[in-house]
Design a protein around this ligand. Structure first.
Ligand SMILES: Cc1cc2nc3c(=O)[nH]c(=O)nc-3n(C[C@H](O)[C@H](O)[C@H](O)COP(=O)(O)O)c2cc1C
Length: 191
């Protein structure tokens, strides 16, 4: 089976069974400009074609690191169905019209936070941010909130995808798909 299809099938099963608050969460790993790996959770927006899409401000550390080395890993752990998925791939910026669409699908509160917060910059006074948020929320009342220039998305195009089905006896089943041009080579790995 095509690994994207396999991903969608397993993801759907987890989403249907899960009651966690953000079942789309996954760990995004990047290569730090100082050489140290860096990782943080993000939320998978969708799998579009052969790309795994994530979104957010692109001038914070993750954006800077992906600009420096456009390679990333995405790691999922789905506790209900007991699956791990590891993806490594090339990171490409999504185009502006797609970014507009993802931004427009966000709740208004999150949209206003995207305008107010300079993600990752030190906080002087938390109250000031909250005041700016309240002021902007009122200013945007009744209007469509535009996407801030620095907000966008990254599509990760996998070169490797590994699925692990967790086994209590530790005989995990591991299947690795390695991209070979337009084909995928499949290997079964020891646990
Ligand atoms: C479950 C979860 C989901 C998150 N989703 C996103 C997301 O989709 N986009 C985002 O920019 N940050 C998201 N965050 C915040 C990131 O973990 C991180 O704090 C932020 O992106 C700044 O990372 P950076 O400094 O490496 O750029 C999420 C955090 C958690 C815990």
């Amino acid at each position: 089976m095509d690994p994207f299809q396999k991903f969608q099938n397993l993801y759907r099963k987890e989403l249907d069974a899960s009651n966690v608050i953000i079942p789309s969460s996954c760990c995004l790993s990047t290569i730090g400009t100082d050489g140290y790996p860096n990782a943080r959770f993000v939320s998978l927006k969708e799998v579009k074609g052969n790309r795994f899409i994530i979104t957010g401000p692109l001038d914070s550390r993750k954006g800077q690191e992906l600009a420096y080395k456009p390679r990333a890993a995405l790691t999922f752990w789905w506790p209900v169905t007991g699956k791990q998925v590891r993806i490594q791939g090339d990171a490409l910026r999504i185009d502006a019209s797609d970014a507009d669409r993802y931004f427009s699908e966000r709740p208004r509160e999150a949209q206003v936070v995207s305008w107010v917060s300079k993600q990752g910059k030190p906080v002087d006074k938390k109250d000031t941010l909250k005041e700016q948020y309240n002021q902007l929320f009122d200013e945007f009342a009744g209007k469509k909130i535009p996407r801030p220039e620095n907000w966008g998305g990254i599509g990760i195009e996998p070169v490797r995808i590994e699925f692990l089905a967790f086994s209590a006896e530790r005989f995990h089943e591991r299947v690795l798909y390695v991209r070979n041009g337009l084909q995928w080579n499949v290997q079964f790995l020891q646990p």
